[in-house]
Write a new protein. Structure first.
Length: 165
């Protein structure tokens, strides 16, 4: 989608959605798959090459910041030594049932902001009715959603993983 069709002259943040490119000529525009059901990936281009091209976008002023999504520590360790600009953001699925503490800690150490994808859990998730979440919400007179959205703040779950006593 172009900036013109969005009615914008720039975007605040431009993310690379995956560290692996999908086959642009595959059988589906979003998630092309091979006959065996696995993802149809394009291995001809690395995520590092793509990110270096994204760095050039900053000079055009069409974006104010660049970042990544769905990056593990392994992919960031591959990326960071090769690029000039540290990603502003790593957007990952992150909530008490999928804490991903290793990547959260690594990003904090490198100055990369974590943006949580699906912080309330996916459709049908038990998070909004979890006993610990409900208890914390009640104690603080806030909603379970507020507890989950503040999961990595100082007070959110008092360091407890769900399911711990």
């Amino acid at each position: 989608m172009s900036l013109e069709s969005l009615g914008l002259s720039y975007v605040d943040l431009y993310l690379m959605h995956w560290p692996c490119a999908m086959n642009a000529n595959g059988n589906d525009p979003k998630f092309p798959k091979l006959p065996d059901g696995s993802r149809d990936l394009d291995a001809s281009r690395s995520h590092v090459q793509t990110y270096k091209e994204m760095e050039k976008l900053l000079k055009t002023r069409k974006t104010r910041a660049i970042g990544v999504a769905n990056y593990s520590k392994k992919y960031l360790e591959e990326l960071l030594p090769e690029v000039n600009i540290v990603p502003a953001v790593n957007q990952i699925e992150n909530h008490p049932l999928l804490p991903q503490q290793e990547i959260v800690d690594f990003c904090r150490e490198k100055g990369i902001h974590i943006t949580a994808y699906s912080p309330l859990g996916s459709t049908g998730s038990p998070l909004m009715k979890n006993d610990i979440v409900m208890q914390i919400a009640k104690e603080r007179n806030i909603t379970p959603g507020n507890v989950l959205l503040s999961y990595h703040s100082k007070f959110a779950l008092n360091g407890m993983l769900l399911g711990e006593a």
